[in-house]
Design a protein around this ligand. Structure first.
Ligand code: B12
Length: 212
């Protein structure tokens, strides 16, 4: 039963059992399940529970980290299957997690799906300072800058980064897209971003709309 298999995947994410999860993911692929379905139905629900348990103090940082690594290990298997084979790029995106913030699972998922949709993605990593975003815009001349923040304390860095891009005289050359669990459409509007995406699929839709 597919439902049981996805429940088991979520349990393995929570328990941080990377090898078992990889084996089950491979098994699901052999059974013809799609990469996107495996992420949406198996991996993300597991990470959802991890978030809740972290909040209530039922799970501590080392365990959360183990779950994060477990999920990333399986995402690495699924990545090639999400990446499309379009020959011409739909546009170029630089993406990074803002300064002071180390969360990268969601950002990486957005990067993967953008690549899958034919975008050229330059993934800057985590803890990216406003001036580093500016440098990357100068160097890569992307169509879109994507920023991720998972902490309420690092959200203001998105605003600062947009200001830094403005001060460098580059604001009219790029569109800015923001996201991450605490980020909202309202916040995006308030800081003058061009787009917001609640999840990776919405991020792709938004990126396409910004290119139109
Ligand atoms: C895994 C995790 C960690 C891992 C991160 C590992 C890693 N490599 O990423 C570790 C253990 C390192 C960690 C550390 C901390 N964490 Co943490 N963490 C989480 C957790 C459980 C899951 C995050 C996650 O990966 N979700 C799954 C992904 C797929 O979802 P997502 O990130 O939201 O991304 C999706 C969308 O938001 C969107 N999106 C994301 N980015 C972008 C970008 C763009 C451009 C667009 C359009 C869309 C988009 O699309 C993504 C895909 O669908 C969350 C709980 C939660 N509910 O978010 C807490 C959480 C974010 N962490 C929290 C905290 C407090 C911390 C610490 C401060 C804990 C501590 N005391 O040290 C540190 C901070 C470290 C730092 N400086 O960054 C709090 C934040 C509270 C707050 N209000 O700010 C949360 C909410 C937990 C909680 N409930 O208390 N954490």
């Amino acid at each position: 039963m597919a439902e049981e298999m996805y429940e088991k995947m979520a349990e393995l994410v929570i328990a941080g059992k990377g090898d078992e999860l990889k084996a089950l993911v491979k098994h699901a692929l052999e059974q013809g399940k799609g990469a996107k379905e495996i992420i949406d139905m198996g991996l993300l629900p597991g990470m959802d529970v991890v978030g809740k348990m972290m909040k209530t103090g039922e799970m501590f940082i080392p365990e959360v980290l183990l779950s994060a690594r477990t999920m990333q290990g399986s995402l690495d298997i699924l990545k090639p299957l999400l990446v499309g084979d379009e020959t011409s790029s739909a546009g170029a995106v630089i993406i990074g997690t803002v300064e002071g913030d180390l969360h990268d699972i969601g950002k990486n998922l957005v990067a993967m799906l953008l690549e899958g949709a034919g975008f050229t993605v330059i993934n800057l990593g985590t803890g990216i300072k406003p001036e580093a975003f500016v440098e990357a815009v100068k160097e890569h001349k992307p169509d879109i800058v994507g920023m991720s923040a998972l902490l309420t304390t690092t959200m203001p860095k998105m605003d600062e980064t947009i200001q830094a891009i403005k001060e460098a005289g580059l604001r009219d050359q790029v569109k800015v897209m923001v996201g991450g669990a605490p980020v909202t459409e309202d916040f995006a509007e308030k800081i003058g971003a061009d787009g917001y995406g609640a999840n990776a699929a919405a991020a792709v839709e938004k990126a396409k709309a910004l290119m139109a």
